[in-house]
Design a protein around this ligand. Structure first.
Ligand SMILES: C[S@@+](CC[C@H](N)C(=O)[O-])C[C@H]1O[C@@H](n2cnc3c(N)ncnc32)[C@H](O)[C@@H]1O
Length: 278
Protein backbone atom coordinates (compact mmCIF):
# COMPACT_ATOMS: atom_id res chain seq x y z
CA UNK A 1 0.00 0.00 0.00
CA UNK A 2 1.48 3.42 -0.93
CA UNK A 3 1.49 6.50 1.28
CA UNK A 4 -1.65 7.97 -0.30
CA UNK A 5 -3.67 4.82 0.31
CA UNK A 6 -2.36 4.59 3.86
CA UNK A 7 -3.34 8.20 4.53
CA UNK A 8 -6.77 7.63 3.00
CA UNK A 9 -7.36 4.62 5.22
CA UNK A 10 -6.32 6.57 8.34
CA UNK A 11 -8.81 9.35 7.55
CA UNK A 12 -11.59 6.85 6.82
CA UNK A 13 -10.84 5.04 10.10
CA UNK A 14 -11.11 8.43 11.83
CA UNK A 15 -14.69 8.70 10.56
CA UNK A 16 -14.17 10.93 7.51
CA UNK A 17 -16.41 9.92 4.63
CA UNK A 18 -14.36 8.17 1.83
CA UNK A 19 -14.97 10.75 -0.96
CA UNK A 20 -14.15 13.63 1.39
CA UNK A 21 -11.07 11.75 2.68
CA UNK A 22 -9.78 11.28 -0.86
CA UNK A 23 -10.26 15.00 -1.63
CA UNK A 24 -8.46 15.93 1.60
CA UNK A 25 -5.44 13.69 0.92
CA UNK A 26 -5.13 15.12 -2.62
CA UNK A 27 -5.38 18.68 -1.26
CA UNK A 28 -2.59 18.03 1.25
CA UNK A 29 -0.38 16.50 -1.46
CA UNK A 30 -1.10 19.34 -3.90
CA UNK A 31 -0.93 22.36 -1.62
CA UNK A 32 1.75 21.34 0.86
CA UNK A 33 4.01 19.24 -1.35
CA UNK A 34 3.34 20.77 -4.77
CA UNK A 35 2.19 17.61 -6.54
CA UNK A 36 -0.13 18.04 -9.51
CA UNK A 37 -3.32 15.97 -9.91
CA UNK A 38 -1.48 14.06 -12.68
CA UNK A 39 1.45 13.29 -10.33
CA UNK A 40 -1.00 11.92 -7.78
CA UNK A 41 -2.88 9.84 -10.35
CA UNK A 42 0.18 8.37 -12.05
CA UNK A 43 2.71 8.01 -9.24
CA UNK A 44 2.84 4.52 -7.81
CA UNK A 45 5.07 5.70 -4.98
CA UNK A 46 5.28 9.43 -4.24
CA UNK A 47 8.64 10.57 -2.89
CA UNK A 48 8.52 13.42 -0.41
CA UNK A 49 8.99 14.40 3.23
CA UNK A 50 6.61 11.84 4.66
CA UNK A 51 7.21 12.97 8.26
CA UNK A 52 5.74 16.43 7.45
CA UNK A 53 2.82 14.76 5.67
CA UNK A 54 2.19 12.44 8.61
CA UNK A 55 2.33 15.30 11.10
CA UNK A 56 -0.36 17.18 9.11
CA UNK A 57 -2.42 14.03 8.93
CA UNK A 58 -2.15 13.65 12.70
CA UNK A 59 -3.35 17.23 13.21
CA UNK A 60 -6.30 16.46 10.93
CA UNK A 61 -7.18 13.25 12.79
CA UNK A 62 -6.27 13.97 16.43
CA UNK A 63 -6.90 17.71 16.68
CA UNK A 64 -9.74 17.70 14.10
CA UNK A 65 -8.30 20.74 12.32
CA UNK A 66 -10.20 21.24 9.03
CA UNK A 67 -7.99 20.55 6.01
CA UNK A 68 -8.60 24.10 4.73
CA UNK A 69 -6.86 25.54 7.80
CA UNK A 70 -4.02 23.02 7.46
CA UNK A 71 -3.36 24.14 3.88
CA UNK A 72 -4.44 27.81 4.48
CA UNK A 73 -6.69 27.64 1.44
CA UNK A 74 -10.36 27.30 0.45
CA UNK A 75 -12.12 27.63 -2.87
CA UNK A 76 -15.16 29.86 -3.43
CA UNK A 77 -16.78 30.47 -6.82
CA UNK A 78 -13.70 28.97 -8.48
CA UNK A 79 -11.22 31.32 -6.75
CA UNK A 80 -8.70 30.35 -4.10
CA UNK A 81 -8.90 32.24 -0.77
CA UNK A 82 -6.38 32.28 2.06
CA UNK A 83 -8.06 31.11 5.30
CA UNK A 84 -6.96 30.75 8.91
CA UNK A 85 -8.76 30.31 12.24
CA UNK A 86 -9.76 33.99 12.30
CA UNK A 87 -12.28 33.44 9.51
CA UNK A 88 -15.09 31.07 8.63
CA UNK A 89 -14.22 28.64 5.83
CA UNK A 90 -16.37 29.84 2.89
CA UNK A 91 -19.23 27.42 2.18
CA UNK A 92 -20.60 26.50 -1.28
CA UNK A 93 -24.17 27.53 -0.31
CA UNK A 94 -22.98 31.14 0.17
CA UNK A 95 -22.33 31.24 -3.60
CA UNK A 96 -26.15 31.39 -4.01
CA UNK A 97 -26.23 34.63 -2.01
CA UNK A 98 -23.52 36.17 -4.20
CA UNK A 99 -25.26 35.02 -7.40
CA UNK A 100 -28.54 36.55 -6.20
CA UNK A 101 -26.87 39.94 -5.60
CA UNK A 102 -25.18 39.77 -9.03
CA UNK A 103 -28.51 38.92 -10.71
CA UNK A 104 -30.19 41.85 -8.99
CA UNK A 105 -27.36 44.29 -9.87
CA UNK A 106 -27.24 43.28 -13.51
CA UNK A 107 -30.93 44.12 -13.92
CA UNK A 108 -30.15 47.83 -13.70
CA UNK A 109 -27.72 49.88 -15.80
CA UNK A 110 -26.60 52.05 -12.89
CA UNK A 111 -23.50 51.20 -10.87
CA UNK A 112 -24.28 50.07 -7.35
CA UNK A 113 -22.95 50.83 -3.89
CA UNK A 114 -22.83 47.52 -2.04
CA UNK A 115 -21.83 46.65 1.54
CA UNK A 116 -21.00 43.15 2.84
CA UNK A 117 -21.62 43.01 6.61
CA UNK A 118 -19.55 40.32 8.37
CA UNK A 119 -17.14 39.86 5.49
CA UNK A 120 -14.86 37.24 7.17
CA UNK A 121 -12.45 35.94 4.49
CA UNK A 122 -13.91 38.58 2.16
CA UNK A 123 -15.33 35.90 -0.16
CA UNK A 124 -18.65 37.73 -0.80
CA UNK A 125 -17.23 41.26 -1.21
CA UNK A 126 -14.31 40.08 -3.34
CA UNK A 127 -16.43 38.00 -5.72
CA UNK A 128 -18.88 40.92 -6.08
CA UNK A 129 -15.95 43.22 -6.92
CA UNK A 130 -14.71 40.72 -9.51
CA UNK A 131 -18.10 40.07 -11.12
CA UNK A 132 -19.49 43.63 -10.98
CA UNK A 133 -16.73 45.87 -12.37
CA UNK A 134 -18.71 49.10 -11.87
CA UNK A 135 -19.88 48.45 -8.32
CA UNK A 136 -18.47 50.34 -5.35
CA UNK A 137 -17.90 47.80 -2.58
CA UNK A 138 -17.49 48.13 1.20
CA UNK A 139 -16.54 45.15 3.39
CA UNK A 140 -17.18 45.40 7.15
CA UNK A 141 -16.48 43.07 10.07
CA UNK A 142 -16.39 43.47 13.84
CA UNK A 143 -13.17 41.41 13.89
CA UNK A 144 -10.05 43.29 12.86
CA UNK A 145 -8.21 39.98 12.43
CA UNK A 146 -10.88 38.76 10.00
CA UNK A 147 -10.74 42.04 8.12
CA UNK A 148 -6.96 41.63 7.71
CA UNK A 149 -7.58 38.25 6.08
CA UNK A 150 -10.17 39.84 3.76
CA UNK A 151 -7.67 42.59 2.81
CA UNK A 152 -5.00 39.98 2.09
CA UNK A 153 -7.42 38.05 -0.15
CA UNK A 154 -8.51 41.21 -1.99
CA UNK A 155 -4.84 41.98 -2.69
CA UNK A 156 -4.16 38.39 -3.82
CA UNK A 157 -7.18 38.39 -6.14
CA UNK A 158 -6.44 41.84 -7.60
CA UNK A 159 -9.43 43.83 -6.29
CA UNK A 160 -8.08 45.61 -3.18
CA UNK A 161 -8.39 49.02 -4.93
CA UNK A 162 -12.13 48.30 -5.44
CA UNK A 163 -13.04 47.59 -1.79
CA UNK A 164 -13.25 49.87 1.23
CA UNK A 165 -12.59 47.91 4.47
CA UNK A 166 -14.12 49.00 7.79
CA UNK A 167 -14.03 47.53 11.29
CA UNK A 168 -17.57 47.96 12.55
CA UNK A 169 -20.20 46.34 14.77
CA UNK A 170 -22.85 46.10 12.01
CA UNK A 171 -23.31 49.81 11.01
CA UNK A 172 -21.85 51.42 14.16
CA UNK A 173 -18.84 53.03 12.39
CA UNK A 174 -20.61 53.58 9.06
CA UNK A 175 -22.60 56.68 8.08
CA UNK A 176 -23.14 56.07 4.38
CA UNK A 177 -26.14 54.66 2.51
CA UNK A 178 -25.95 51.73 0.10
CA UNK A 179 -28.06 50.34 -2.76
CA UNK A 180 -27.48 46.76 -1.65
CA UNK A 181 -26.72 45.35 1.80
CA UNK A 182 -25.58 41.73 1.80
CA UNK A 183 -24.71 39.56 4.79
CA UNK A 184 -24.00 36.01 5.80
CA UNK A 185 -24.19 36.64 9.55
CA UNK A 186 -23.69 34.35 12.55
CA UNK A 187 -26.96 32.39 12.88
CA UNK A 188 -26.39 29.25 14.96
CA UNK A 189 -28.04 29.32 18.43
CA UNK A 190 -25.32 28.87 21.07
CA UNK A 191 -27.30 26.00 22.61
CA UNK A 192 -26.73 23.98 19.39
CA UNK A 193 -22.94 24.19 19.70
CA UNK A 194 -22.65 20.64 21.00
CA UNK A 195 -24.44 19.25 17.92
CA UNK A 196 -21.91 20.68 15.47
CA UNK A 197 -19.00 18.76 13.95
CA UNK A 198 -15.94 18.86 16.28
CA UNK A 199 -14.00 20.56 13.45
CA UNK A 200 -16.45 23.50 13.48
CA UNK A 201 -16.87 23.64 17.29
CA UNK A 202 -13.16 23.66 18.04
CA UNK A 203 -11.63 25.55 15.14
CA UNK A 204 -13.98 27.97 13.36
CA UNK A 205 -14.30 31.40 15.04
CA UNK A 206 -17.25 31.48 17.50
CA UNK A 207 -17.91 35.10 16.48
CA UNK A 208 -18.65 33.86 12.96
CA UNK A 209 -21.05 31.13 14.07
CA UNK A 210 -23.06 31.79 17.20
CA UNK A 211 -25.76 34.07 18.50
CA UNK A 212 -27.23 33.83 21.96
CA UNK A 213 -30.97 33.52 21.29
CA UNK A 214 -33.27 30.50 20.92
CA UNK A 215 -33.85 30.69 17.14
CA UNK A 216 -30.54 32.18 15.99
CA UNK A 217 -32.21 35.29 14.61
CA UNK A 218 -30.95 38.14 16.83
CA UNK A 219 -28.33 39.33 14.31
CA UNK A 220 -31.02 39.58 11.59
CA UNK A 221 -33.19 41.68 13.92
CA UNK A 222 -30.37 44.16 14.54
CA UNK A 223 -29.30 44.12 10.90
CA UNK A 224 -32.79 44.70 9.47
CA UNK A 225 -33.45 47.46 12.00
CA UNK A 226 -30.17 49.31 11.23
CA UNK A 227 -30.44 48.62 7.51
CA UNK A 228 -33.48 50.86 7.14
CA UNK A 229 -31.19 53.84 7.99
CA UNK A 230 -28.50 52.72 5.52
CA UNK A 231 -30.42 51.64 2.40
CA UNK A 232 -31.25 53.97 -0.46
CA UNK A 233 -34.75 53.69 -1.87
CA UNK A 234 -35.16 51.46 -3.83
CA UNK A 235 -32.63 49.20 -2.14
CA UNK A 236 -32.06 45.50 -1.52
CA UNK A 237 -31.23 43.50 1.61
CA UNK A 238 -29.95 39.98 0.89
CA UNK A 239 -29.01 37.53 3.65
CA UNK A 240 -28.03 33.91 4.03
CA UNK A 241 -30.11 32.01 6.60
CA UNK A 242 -29.81 28.76 8.56
CA UNK A 243 -31.97 25.65 8.48
CA UNK A 244 -35.69 26.43 8.98
CA UNK A 245 -35.16 30.12 9.81
CA UNK A 246 -37.11 31.36 6.79
CA UNK A 247 -40.39 32.11 8.63
CA UNK A 248 -39.00 34.21 11.52
CA UNK A 249 -36.66 36.03 9.15
CA UNK A 250 -39.42 36.78 6.65
CA UNK A 251 -41.39 38.24 9.60
CA UNK A 252 -38.42 40.41 10.59
CA UNK A 253 -38.17 41.69 6.99
CA UNK A 254 -41.91 42.48 6.92
CA UNK A 255 -41.81 44.25 10.30
CA UNK A 256 -38.86 46.38 9.09
CA UNK A 257 -40.81 47.54 6.02
CA UNK A 258 -39.35 45.30 3.29
CA UNK A 259 -41.50 44.32 0.28
CA UNK A 260 -41.18 41.73 -2.53
CA UNK A 261 -39.58 39.27 -0.15
CA UNK A 262 -38.07 36.27 -1.92
CA UNK A 263 -36.76 33.03 -0.45
CA UNK A 264 -34.23 31.07 -2.50
CA UNK A 265 -33.40 27.40 -1.91
CA UNK A 266 -29.95 25.78 -2.09
CA UNK A 267 -28.94 22.65 -4.06
CA UNK A 268 -30.35 20.44 -1.27
CA UNK A 269 -33.75 22.16 -1.43
CA UNK A 270 -33.16 24.03 1.87
CA UNK A 271 -34.30 27.67 2.12
CA UNK A 272 -30.95 29.47 2.17
CA UNK A 273 -31.25 33.08 1.04
CA UNK A 274 -33.82 35.78 1.83
CA UNK A 275 -34.02 39.04 -0.15
CA UNK A 276 -36.28 42.01 0.34
CA UNK A 277 -36.73 45.39 -1.37
CA UNK A 278 -36.96 48.65 0.51
C1 LIG B 1 -20.91 33.46 9.09
S1 LIG B 1 -19.43 34.46 9.06
C2 LIG B 1 -19.46 34.95 7.34
C3 LIG B 1 -18.10 35.18 6.75
C4 LIG B 1 -18.10 35.36 5.23
N1 LIG B 1 -18.92 36.51 4.85
C5 LIG B 1 -18.62 34.12 4.54
O1 LIG B 1 -19.75 34.16 4.02
O2 LIG B 1 -17.90 33.10 4.51
C6 LIG B 1 -20.01 35.91 9.94
C7 LIG B 1 -19.00 37.05 10.06
O3 LIG B 1 -19.66 38.11 10.77
C8 LIG B 1 -18.72 38.73 11.65
N2 LIG B 1 -19.49 39.37 12.73
C9 LIG B 1 -19.97 38.82 13.87
N3 LIG B 1 -20.62 39.74 14.60
C10 LIG B 1 -20.54 40.91 13.91
C11 LIG B 1 -21.03 42.24 14.16
N4 LIG B 1 -21.73 42.53 15.25
N5 LIG B 1 -20.78 43.19 13.22
C12 LIG B 1 -20.06 42.89 12.11
N6 LIG B 1 -19.58 41.67 11.82
C13 LIG B 1 -19.82 40.67 12.72
C14 LIG B 1 -17.81 37.62 12.09
O4 LIG B 1 -16.57 38.11 12.54
C15 LIG B 1 -17.72 36.75 10.80
O5 LIG B 1 -16.60 37.15 10.04
Amino acid sequence: MNLKQEALQKLINAGIEPNEASIEVDLLLEKVFGFTKKDILLARELNFDSSKFNSLLEKRINEKIPVQYLISSAYFMGEEFYVDENVLIPRPETEILVEEVIRHSERSEESKKIIDIGTGSGCIAIMLAKKLPNAEITAADISEKALNVAKFNAEKLGVSHRINFIVSDIFQNIDEKFDIIVSNPPYIPLKEKENLQIEVQKHEPPLALFVDDEQGISFYEKLAHQTTQHLTKPGLLAVEIGFSQEKPIKDIFIRSGFKNIEIIKDMSGIERVVTGKF
